[in-house]
Write a new protein. Structure first.
Length: 97
């Protein structure tokens, strides 16, 4: 199944990667954990926690990246996994999807 990052998710990931590189000793941790998460989602998209149902019965799911404290929000649409957002879990809120 094809996996792609929506514009927002790509911008989120770039911003967070830059922040990690500037502010953490483990500068590559965010990128490594995101890559591993995307591989996991591509291999088994139903594993993420359901958080919101969209039109057509499509569920938005999320997967926690525990080392960096971020959620990856995604949906499976027409044989494609679309990553919608990479969102800081400590915020205690969810992104507008």
């Amino acid at each position: 199944m094809r996996l792609r990052l929506a514009r927002r998710a790509l911008a989120d990931a770039k911003r967070k990667k830059t922040w990690w590189q500037r502010n953490r000793d483990a500068a590559d941790l965010f990128e490594q954990e995101l890559d591993a998460t995307l591989e996991r989602i591509a291999a088994a998209p139903a594993l993420g926690q359901r958080v919101e149902q969209r039109g057509g019965g499509v569920w938005v799911r999320r997967w926690l990246m525990p080392k960096t404290g971020n959620h990856v929000y995604y949906a499976v649409e027409a044989n494609e996994i679309v990553v919608l957002s990479v969102w800081g879990a400590p915020r205690g809120t969810t992104p507008k999807l």
